[in-house]
Ligand binder design. Structure first.
Ligand SMILES: [Zn+2]
Length: 387
């Protein structure tokens, strides 16, 4: 089952949109007739009736047969119209870009991926988007690394060498569709919201890869910050005496970025370490994992203390790396060793959608930008990756 829920601000100007989104959210839960929507939203029956007609015209909602109520006349049920609006989620990673074509209810229709050339070329991404077909697509969501402004300009992506790259406008022009750009950690955080049964979850998504970042969701909404730099935790000082590529000393990335953890370990050594062989060959790698785990635990403690959030989810390249499970276990052990009296330890887990999380989150971002509601996929995610 898939639900949609309102995430916009209820200002007077947006009241109409707010009511549309409330009605849409109610219908998306399934098995609702107009009278159920009236009861759930608290809106007048005439208002609900008008909004439903508009949503049907916009091909967001359709009638779905009848249910016989107790002693009363048959009720006409409503459901999401899953046959018209399509969304494309795209994630641009370091080496590969992936695109998925999804329905309004989060059903996967098509997927494709392509290599990302060292010299980045937006034409490659435009071709990838066309491969999953753009017919009936309402909007494209694009997940990218770095600091992203709502106008679709990537202000800065250090590891890609991007500065003020107008990627949203460029791809919108090439594809002839609205393109909504979102930071990759924020995209994965949104995919977790989409998978959460909680209507207003608080969670922090930790992106672990070549860079480190966090996507912060408070009460079901992304907290992006005034300068859109919320969650830029890779360069906070965790008290180590190492110089970072950013020029500062002591940054979290100096010990916990994935390439630093892996160092000179060969695939054979990593495989031995992943299968719990602790011997001379894996000793150095084990020490780097422990050092990273302590740095990450320190950053997580600061975040949980500052935000009062206890759900931490790990996403990004580390979810597909063989050292991922042992790194997560080491972070959890470090967190468990430092818990204030009366508190339960914070535990990290991997993101629910695994490697597809950034793509699903990008599509969820596009749906939210277009309709003011968040995609909620209560169905089983395509892959889980537990520790
Ligand atoms: Zn730094």
């Amino acid at each position: 089952m898939t639900r949609l829920r309102y995430t916009g601000k209820a200002t007077i100007e947006s009241l109409r949109e707010h009511n549309d989104a409330l009605v849409l959210q109610s219908i998306a839960q399934g098995g609702r007739a107009r009278t159920d929507v009236v009861r759930e939203t608290g809106l007048p029956a005439a208002t609900v009736s008008t909004i439903v007609s508009t949503l049907v015209e916009r091909k967001l909602v359709r009638e779905a047969g009848h249910a016989v109520s107790r002693g009363g006349k048959p009720r006409t049920l409503l459901e999401l119209d899953d046959d018209h609006h399509r969304f494309i989620g795209v994630h641009i990673g370091r080496e590969r870009a992936t695109a998925q074509r999804l329905t309004l209810a989060g059903r996967l229709e098509q997927r494709a991926s392509t290599a990302v050339p060292a010299e980045f070329d937006p034409a490659v991404i435009a071709r990838l988007i066309r491969r999953v077909r753009t017919e009936n697509v309402t909007a494209i969501g694009l997940s990218v690394p770095g600091i992203v402004a709502p106008d679709g300009v990537v202000r800065s992506a250090v590891n890609f060498g991007w500065n003020w790259l107008p990627l949203g406008a460029e791809l919108a022009q090439r594809c002839g569709l609205p393109v909504h750009v979102v930071n990759d950690a924020n995209a994965i955080a949104l995919s977790e919201v989409a998978h959460s049964a909680d209507t207003g979850p608080d969670l922090v998504l930790l992106w672990l890869g070549t860079g480190i970042g966090a996507g912060i969701v408070l009460d079901g909404r992304l907290h992006e910050g005034r300068g859109f730099r919320s969650g830029e935790i890779g360069h906070v000082d965790i008290g180590v005496a190492l110089r970072c590529h950013c020029g500062l000393v002591g940054c979290l990335e100096t010990v916990a970025a994935l390439p630093i953890i892996i160092g000179d370990a060969t695939p054979e050594v990593i495989a031995r370490y992943a299968s719990f062989a602790d011997d001379n060959t894996t000793h150095a790698l084990g020490k780097r994992v422990d050092r990273a785990a302590h740095g990450l635990a320190r950053a997580v403690s600061m975040l949980t203390g500052a935000l009062d959030v206890d759900e931490f989810v790990v996403g990004g390249p580390v979810t597909d790396d063989r050292i991922g499970p042992r790194l997560l276990a080491a972070v959890n052990a470090a967190l468990a060793a430092r818990v204030m009296s009366g508190f339960t330890p914070v535990r990290l887990r991997f993101s629910a959608f695994g490697e597809d999380s950034a793509v699903v989150g990008a599509a969820a971002h596009a749906i939210r930008q277009e309709f003011g509601v968040a995609l909620t996929m209560v169905a089983e995610p395509p892959r889980t990756h537990a520790v």
